[in-house]
Design a protein around this ligand. Sequence first.
Ligand code: T3D
Length: 265
Amino acid sequence: MANEAPLLVSRDGGVCRLTLNRPDKLNAVTADLGARFVQALDDCAADDTVRALLITGAGRAFCAGQDLSDRDPRRIDDPPDLGETLATVYIPIVRRLRALEKPVVCAVNGVAAGAGANLALNCDIVLAAASATFIQAFAKIGLVPDAGGSWLLPRLVGEARAKALALTAEPLSAETAAAWGLIWRAVPDANLMPEATSLAAGLAAGPTVGLGLTKRVIQAAAGQPLDAHLDLERDTQRVAGRTPDYAEGVTAFLEKRPPRFRGTR
Ligand code: T3D
């Protein structure tokens, strides 16, 4: 049955929704789930009618990170190469989330632990239910933060908080995560999906090329000095300024009406 697939993929207008769907295991990531996630991101990238993504989890959790039952040392004589999982699952997902020139909204509906927390944090706009928590669970099993976590955390919340979160594996509430700038907003549980759906729909109706370029320039800022960055802004603005959506946006402003963006190049 389709409902038993570990990743549900659905469409609503220009929004593609990906739902991690192993609720009994708090949506922990298996190799199968990881491969489907990568494929879904490739499909979204290739489909021009997809103009925004919404990622969430089924049941009471967002994602508990790597499925540890696959890692049970009592069942495994030859220990797995964890670098291989990163190379085949988490790195491809993170690279695709960040390279995708379409906005990705994450609705964190419950606990987000280990790589599950960091997959959420790699999305462009993260909304969390007030009851959700973020746990850098790696320290509890002797691992280091992965899925980009050790790169993102100090940039988002500063080194002091990043180290404490990673070294203690203490759960961080959604409200504190928002107050620290780790995520965009914490909302009452009942409002999470309506707000996330409406946010993703609004983004899907936006000037997709300009939004994608905006994502590109903001992400590039961490890796280069201002001088080089100013050149990138100039070059991307040149591209944005040639899109039909720029012409539509200015025309709509001058005609004092809402714009009708098409998202085309
Ligand atoms: O290749 C590699 O391995 C390297 C990559 C690593 C990336 C990582 O993500 S490492 C970090 C892995 N994740 C964790 O260490 C988190 C483990 N889970 C927890 O600490 C807790 O489950 C939570 C704090 C997330 C939630 O706690 P709680 O009390 O709300 O729920 P629970 O009772 O612990 O879990 C409910 C069920 O989900 C339970 O199954 P059962 O007993 O009812 O059949 C539990 O075993 C299962 N579950 C939760 N997390 C995982 C999981 N099953 C497999 N893998 C999990 N990660």
